[in-house]
Design a binder for this molecule. Structure first.
Ligand code: PLP
Length: 401
């Protein structure tokens, strides 16, 4: 591979180029005058609660909020994070040693392999998977071993399919339930089996629980830390982005195993000086509201209604899609295309042609790894009216009208 001046080769290993491609398709479609309905992005379209916005504004007006946050250590936020973990999952954590505050969980995910591994180590990743997982390994020169998530296994990895040598070699295994992009949910029985396997091979479990508050139909996604003693072998990422509509604020935390939490804290102490204090104040209010505040509907409620409306509309249009149990994503098997069978309808081709014809943006499943082929990811990040409109346009596209 040729190396260009002032641009590392490493950058080419970060993320999938398909996301850039989709952005290009979207731009051309917008320039051609199409009304764009963007169901490609995974950012909540709602604001945080009024109390959270109030707290952020008031803190921003104070004159003592502008020092480097790290110099004040951010203990109040971590205390509230611990209190929320206790309230929500009945998990006891020491805010000093078992929680590190992050500039969004993405920050922690991106730096995780650098903090835990040395070049040449290996880690186990899901395929398909959220793109930063593989990027984190690429940054650290860590090798990935991919575990397919397939429908026939309920989109769980087959823990015994991987040879014992791979388990023994791995530093950590990274999983994410409720899952992005697949929106599958894991139960505690699965986490217990995983923990048992990880203990036997001394592999750290890293669980990304960004969608804990986005379960549907009464589902309350569990934390792996609920299992007694799990902190010996596991850490878990939490994010206020999806749970409390604070994606732009950049705040989250890693909780669990002291050694791993400490390693990430140590690395980050060299890289950044913490989360802006007014954002920490706003985060505290969000957590407090969830614990003792007025009963606000969980973030998932809105997406559950949108899911119902959208899937019903799609069904009417001839595309029957499995209903997600959580998250804000529909992981849809490619629709029955009723025209033009000359070239195979890959997830990439369908996404591109659909966008060109209808202005509706979806992400090809392939963007999340080879196992994503045959699917597209549709984000429920528009109003029910716009989702119905998107379904109507998709229907015409499927029928070749
Ligand atoms: C959105 C998302 C994140 C990142 O959340 P931030 O806390 O905003 O960085 C992490 N993991 C998954 C699976 C996500 O979808």
């Amino acid at each position: 591979m040729s190396r260009s001046k002032w641009r590392s080769e490493r950058l080419s290993q970060l993320g999938s180029s398909i996301f850039a491609e989709v952005a290009g398709w979207k731009l051309s479609a917008a320039e051609s005058g199409l009304d764009i309905i963007d169901l490609g992005i995974g950012s909540p379209d709602q604001p945080p609660s009024p109390a959270v916005r109030q707290a952020l504004s008031e803190a921003a007006l104070r004159s003592d909020m502008y020092a480097y946050p790290a110099t004040k250590s951010g203990l109040p936020f971590r205390r509230h994070a611990a209190a929320w973990m206790k309230h929500r999952f009945n998990v006891e954590l020491d805010p000093m040693s078992e929680i590190v505050t992050l500039l969004g969980s993405q920050d922690g995910l991106a730096h995780l392999a650098l903090a835990l591994c040395d070049p040449g180590d290996t880690a186990l990743l899901p395929n398909p998977g959220y793109p930063i997982y593989a990027a984190s390994l690429a940054l650290a020169g860590v090798e990935s071993v991919l575990m397919p998530l397939r429908e026939e296994n309920g989109y769980m990895p087959d823990l015994d399919a991987l040879p014992d040598e791979e388990w023994d070699r791995a530093t950590f295994i990274l999983l994410n339930y409720p899952n992005n992009p697949i929106s599958a949910v894991a139960d505690l029985a699965f986490f217990e089996r995983l923990l048992d396997k990880a203990r036997r091979h001394d592999v750290l479990i890293v669980h990304d629980l960004a969608y804990s508050e986005m379960g549907f139909d009464g589902c309350e996604p569990p934390s792996i830390l609920e299992i007694p003693g799990a902190s010996d072998q596991a850490v878990e990422f939490h994010s206020l982005s999806k749970s409390f509509n604070m994606a732009g604020c950049r705040i989250g935390f890693l909780a669990g195993n002291k050694t791993a939490v400490g390693a990430l804290r140590e690395l980050k102490a060299n890289i950044d000086y913490g989360v802006f204090d007014p954002v920490q104040e706003a985060g505290i209010i969000a957590l407090q509201e969830a614990i003792t505040g007025p009963k606000l509907p969980k973030a998932g409620k809105l997406y559950e209604q949108r899911r119902n409306t959208f899937l019903e509309a799609l069904r009417t249009e001839g595309w029957d899609v499995a209903a997600p149990k959580a998250t804000m994503f529909v992981w849809a098997q490619l629709p029955p295309m009723q025209w033009s069978q000359d070239v195979p309808w890959t997830s990439r081709r369908i996404s591109q042609e659909m966008l060109k014809a209808t202005g509706v943006v979806v992400v090809p499943g392939e963007a999340f790894g080879s196992e994503g082929e045959g699917y597209v990811r549709i984000a429920l990040v528009e109003s029910e009216e716009r989702l119905k409109e998107a379904a109507r346009r998709i229907g015409s596209f499927i029928r070749g009208q």
